[in-house]
Design a protein around this ligand. Structure first.
Ligand SMILES: [Zn+2]
Length: 138
């Protein structure tokens, strides 16, 4: 009986992954309004960065706290069912993120990550910080 909801949950979560999330769209439109021009979801780069700003040699990852295992995050909670499964999955995601960032930096990209919980808490402040970082000299 529980399997239905478990499978349903996996299905829902796997659909969320790899799509543009609402928060990504908000970040893109905020950057666009501030004059940035970019490409999105560039598949030729490790980790398929959410936002690629060639002019600034910069990449932005808009990370959901759950999928990317945001450390010390009050918004991050492991599900109470299949906890081990999710914990393994998320720690694998997090390791892969780190590996992708190392590869991207080795290719000369400047990489910035913005987190869902911080954006939800104070969106314009986070975008201000991001804008400054992007525009700062490498
Ligand atoms: Zn978080």
């Amino acid at each position: 009986m529980d399997n239905v909801s478990k499978n349903k949950r996996s299905e829902i979560m796997s659909k969320i992954r790899g799509q543009d999330t609402k928060i990504e769209i908000l970040v893109r439109s905020a950057l666009f309004r501030r004059g940035f021009r970019f490409r999105k979801n560039v598949r030729s780069l490790p980790g398929i960065p959410d936002i690629v700003l060639p002019k600034y040699n910069s990449l932005v990852f808009v990370n959901g706290c759950f999928w990317h295992g945001h450390k010390n995050c009050s918004a991050f909670r492991l599900p109470k069912t299949r906890t081990k499964y999710w914990s393994d999955k998320i720690s694998a995601n997090s390791k892969r993120d780190q590996k992708n960032l190392r590869r991207l930096r080795a290719q000369g990209w400047r990489c910035f990550t913005v987190w869902e919980c911080r954006l939800k808490k104070n969106f314009s402040h986070e975008i201000d910080k991001l804008e400054k970082k992007i525009k700062a000299q490498a």
